[in-house]
Design a binder for this molecule. Structure first.
Ligand SMILES: O=C(O)CCC(=O)C(=O)O
Ligand SMILES: [Fe+2]
Length: 209
């Protein structure tokens, strides 16, 4: 009978090792080119299609009072991704994300068993005020992952920087295409500065159950 533990070879991945070491030393990690230019283009296209569909469906409804309350804190539009019904670009996205998740579970004791991801679109003038990614009575979110899908010519004057509030110097991150930022959901307060141009991303969480 074969031994289960011998059946799965472990191959060290230098990128993932760097992410793990960054997170353990500073609670966050930034990878500039986690997704290639082609991958970003495909995911951006999927996001824009989702937004068109949603605009079409919801144009006639909506609780305006709730919307106003929400918009003083955050102004992005989000679309949750259901992994059971995904297109080719999203399959590629989850293949990479699941690979990282498996590696983290093999090497760290985070116990990530669940995940959730959504597209996000910040129209001109919107932002997300300083916050922590955990809800009251729910501490399952362990790591936050933000993947930027903006175009190659994104400029600093477009705004939309992600600011991570650290004990010492705050980290200001430009939402450049292909970049992925991973941070400890329960530890790091952060904010999305107002944008002057539509800002596109996928945000998600690795969670315990
Ligand atoms: O888009 C970002 O840079 C961060 C988004 C965020 O903080 C959130 O969705 O909770
Ligand atoms: Fe957040």
């Amino acid at each position: 009978m074969s031994n289960l533990f011998e059946a799965i070879p472990f191959i060290e991945n230098p990128l993932y090792e760097r992410i793990i070491s960054d997170i353990s030393s500073q609670k966050y990690s930034i990878v500039d080119d986690f997704f290639s230019e082609e991958e970003v283009i495909a995911l951006r296209h999927s996001l824009l299609l989702k937004d068109e569909e949603a605009a079409f469906k919801t144009s006639a409804i909506g609780n305006k009072t709730q919307e106003l309350v929400k918009k003083t804190v955050r102004g992005d539009r989000i679309f949750w991704i259901d992994e059971r019904v995904i297109n080719v670009a999203e399959q590629m996205f989850f293949a990479k994300i699941n690979d990282l998740k498996t590696y983290l579970n093999q090497t760290c004791f985070l116990g990530i068993q669940d995940k959730e991801f959504h597209y996000a679109m910040y129209p001109k003038g919107t932002f997300y005020k300083r916050h922590l990614d955990t809800f009251q009575n729910d501490d399952r979110r362990k790591l936050s992952l933000v993947c930027y899908l903006n175009s190659e010519d994104w400029q600093p004057e477009n705004g939309g920087e992600l600011v991570l509030y650290l004990d010492g110097k705050d980290e200001v991150i430009y939402p450049l295409p292909g970049k992925v930022v991973i941070f400890e959901s329960q530890e790091l307060e952060h904010e999305v500065k107002p944008v002057t141009t539509t800002r596109l991303s996928i945000t998600g969480w690795f969670k315990t159950r």
